[in-house]
Design a protein around this ligand. Structure first.
Ligand code: LLP
Length: 473
């Protein structure tokens, strides 16, 4: 399938939209499974957390990310409760700011960070370092030094070079008395399962940058090294098979392989590993074609897989952890834009495509352009009786591939000044936002019980120029 929009526009049948997209009886209606739990339409206007989106926009302008606090907290709690007895690490890479880090801690979850910046946010928010896991495939010595000195609860080791650095860091910090005791670590392994959106394949899996390969023997070698390192304490193995996964069969294969290594470590090295981390990756609904499992269902299936494998291997069950990011924050946030232009473009054979341009784009949501991701949207400022028209919602960047929503039915009278809201933008949108074309990254506004609170403000021109040292006074 061509990913460039000029290709889609000219593809046969493109103007009917994808096969899963049905023309709605009422283009004003919300599809509940795509929206956070408090989202409703009142007199045509979108209301989230008891806050009218047009009123919110009157205060903060657009584009803006709107985060439904009650929904976010409920999803965090649902994971905590479903995986009771496990540790649930919220993957901060999906979206992190100090407020969200605090919510995560208040709801009893741990936090997974993968950079010094994310660690800084977590610590600034007051998250207990012992409840932080630190990821990354090439952590530097200063980053490791800081993580160890701060008392990060687990460092997930990803390479032999990193092990060298970590051993140097722990030796140096303990020689100065800056730390006492050993640094807990996990060894990230590649289980030979490459998860895709709806499938997994068990080939080509070694051809990526993360972790130690189980099949090559590197994983066992890394474990030997950690066990022998005086400054390190091995908690267990870590496996993350991918993202936006809808069924547990990929986890099942991965868990079987990782537990086999876990058992081998017990029998060959005489080391019983207390823990096992199965990563994140649980899928969410971006459009009506997605049908994710809820955390309770996922937890039941994952517990069954682990129980079964441990019974077969004759080993005790390790304490498990999981690392959901998208499934907690993704559906809790939407992005609100103002329509700037509506253009009806004549294509071959007389077909017409309606381009709806908004005041954001690939700088606040790169996922459509980068992953060919599907999104939906709704008119957020008013109801309309106009019959639905298939539209393509595009951004304002100087790039034809700057598409936000490839295909959506909107009321046919959609016009400049209308507000559009795109659901399920909580994960990997603000966190992957850029200043492309010197765009100012939008604010994140939390809504709850009728109150809107800006938790990340909009960037300003001064922010934009703060690093530009060539500006004349
Ligand atoms: N744990 C580890 C080690 C990870 O690498 C990730 C995501 C997660 C947990 C959380 O995965 P989640 O539950 O959020 O799917 N930018 C891409 C996704 C990249 C995922 C990176 N790692 C996207 O927008 O789809």
């Amino acid at each position: 399938m061509p990913t460039h929009e000029a290709g889609w526009a000219h593809a046969e049948g493109a103007l009917r939209g994808p096969s899963w997209l049905r023309e709605p009886a009422d283009p004003n209606a919300l599809v509940p499974q795509l929206w956070s739990s408090t989202a409703v339409k009142t007199d045509g206007a979108l209301v989230i957390g008891g806050v009218s989106i047009p009123d919110l926009v009157a205060n903060v302008n657009t584009p803006a990310y709107v985060l439904d606090e009650a929904d976010f907290r409920a999803r965090a709690r649902a994971f905590r409760d479903a995986f009771a007895g496990y540790d649930v690490y919220y993957a901060g890479k999906a979206f992190l700011c100090t407020t969200v880090a605090r919510w995560i801690a208040e709801e009893g979850l741990c936090l997974d960070v993968c950079s010094d910046g994310e660690l800084t946010v977590a610590l600034r928010a007051g998250v207990d370092p012992a409840r932080i896991g630190y990821h990354g495939n090439t952590k530097t010595e200063p980053e490791l030094r800081r993580a160890v000195a701060e008392g990060v609860g687990r460092i997930i080791v990803d390479s032999f070079d990193e092990l060298d650095r970590l051993e140097r860091v722990t030796a140096s910090l303990s020689s100065t008395g800056s730390i006492d005791g050993r640094q807990p670590v996990m060894v990230r392994v590649t289980a030979g399962v490459e998860a895709h959106t709806h499938e997994y394949i068990a080939t080509a899996h070694e051809d990526q940058k993360f972790g130690f390969s189980i099949t090559s023997g590197d994983a066992l070698e890394a474990v030997r090294r950690v066990v022998a390192a005086p400054g390190l304490e091995l908690l267990g193995l870590h496996s993350h098979i991918g993202s936006q996964i809808f069924d547990t069969s990929g986890f099942e294969v991965a868990t079987r392989r990782v537990l086999a290594l876990h058992a081998q470590i017990g029998s060959e090295l005489g080391v019983t590993l207390p823990e096992l981390d199965l990563g994140g990756g649980f899928g969410i609904a971006y459009t009506t074609q997605d049908d994710p499992s809820d955390p309770a269902q996922l937890a039941i299936e994952m517990r069954k897989i682990v129980e079964h494998e441990c019974r077969d291997l004759g080993i005790d069950e390790p304490r498990l952890s999981v690392e959901p990011g998208r499934a907690i924050v993704g559906p809790a946030m939407c992005t609100v834009y103002t329509v700037g232009t509506v253009k009806r473009v004549e294509l071959d054979r007389g077909a017409v495509r309606t381009y709806v341009s908004v005041d954001g784009g690939m700088s606040d949501n790169i996922r459509t352009a980068l992953y060919d991701a599907d999104y939906s949207c709704t008119l957020a400022s008013r109801g309309s009786d106009a019959p639905p028209v298939l539209c393509r919602v595009v951004g304002k960047h100087c790039e034809a591939g700057d598409v936000l929503v490839k295909d959506e039915f909107l009321p046919g009278d959609v016009r400049p000044g209308d507000l559009l809201a795109v659901p399920a933008t909580g994960a990997y949108c603000r966190s992957m936002a850029s200043n492309y074309n010197h765009a100012l990254r939008p604010p994140v506004v939390a809504v709850r019980d009728g109150v809107a609170t800006t938790i990340v403000r909009r960037e300003t021109v001064d922010d934009l120029l703060a690093t530009d040292l060539g500006v004349a006074p």
